[in-house]
Design a protein around this ligand. Sequence first.
Ligand code: SF4
Length: 469
Amino acid sequence: MIEQPYVYRHAELAEPDWRRLPGWAAVTEQEWASAQWQRSHCVKNIRQLRTVLGDGVDEVFYADLERDQAERATMSMLVPPQMINTIVPRLAPSDPGFTEALYADPVRRYMIPVFSDRRTDWPSHLHASRDSLHEAEMWAVEGLTHRYPTKVLAEVLPTCPQYCGHCTRMDLVGNPTPVVEKHKFTLARDDRLGAMVAYLKASPGVRDVVVSGGDVANLPWPRLEAFVADLLDIDSIRDIRLATKALMGLPQFWLTDEVRAGMERLAATARQRDVSIAIHTHVNAAQSVTPLVAKASKAMLETGIRDVRNQGVLLRGVNNSADQLLDLCFALLDDAKIMPYYFYMCDMIPNAEHWRLGLGEAQQLQHQIMGYLPGFATPRMLCDVPYVGKRWVHQASRYDTERGISYWTKNYRTAVEADDEHALDREYEYYDPIYLLPESGRDWWRAKAAELAVADRAAVRAEPIAAPA
Ligand code: SF4
């Protein structure tokens, strides 16, 4: 037997027993399976979390959470029961060690962040910003980002059934928090969706539409089906991807009769017209892949769509080891039939430094996971470089590891560079977390911060971040 860095073992998926949580001790299987019950029992605040977890959690945790919500959180709390149930799946709150396990839990770390999770030296990078990918600058019409030559991102709504602490669209998605006002769409929903369809009809160079938000699971099904049907009517569109973390966070929605029947209709039309429809979900930890998630994924594949794929986010404390990533990929692939596709580096939004990895770490993880999964299911680690787009982590043209600055080039123009003759020669920068750098690199950034008169980033970021005018 050759010793390997990672040992594959097929792990049976398991649905944790929600009855171990005092607030849901009497919840029946029928209630649990209901999308309506799940939505109406989402945990939205600390009071509701206390009711679910009972008295077993140390008060220190709740104080830590309260401080985070007041001073750091860029997303409000919204966690469906399905996701809460996967946090510390093998302990009841009354068991010894539950609070410690809660602090250490990967799903808790990104869905219910607490103040002590975050960096106090550099909670935000100097170059962190809301809408860090500048998507709104590239809106062809409101909510439709045209960043790549042949594909667009349609942000069809600004809400989700669950809010992730690290959400890259913290600018737009979710409710305001004490530190972040949210940007608001100005057009009414149907006007916005109509304008997107009109733009796409007039843009035959676009063949691929990512229908996202937010999360498409929050659009009333008849409206979502009508929008996708409109896309299927446009001859130039060949790929449609529906973005929904809810396939994992609220699989009950994707298992409803209404949604399954509607997806069957869309898949049948897509097949007739040689268009591929896929679902893209967002799973970051193996424990989130339960039998219900697998059932929802397989139900979607049975409707006749092309694929269900996962786009996770690399997050420290959640999945920043090769073992965690490979466990997740095999859980997705073996029993849920979800294709591991991408892992993005966490974007440079405010208060995210504790989650973000350096480029070198992401490169190392890519190296470590090679060769274990089938090639077609080996996910690529990606850096979404502002004004450039997605790049494999090994594509940096240069990498200054002392200052944590990587340099990237691009091979197409976005609308904002239409008249920029240097767009394809220029190098674009991406930044590693400053606390990871050698002392000389940290000194350089300290001097830079002083230069910009923003030495105390923590104080700056604790103030409300206003929505753009
Ligand atoms: S599901 Fe996606 S869009 Fe919604 S909060 Fe999470 S990361 Fe953001």
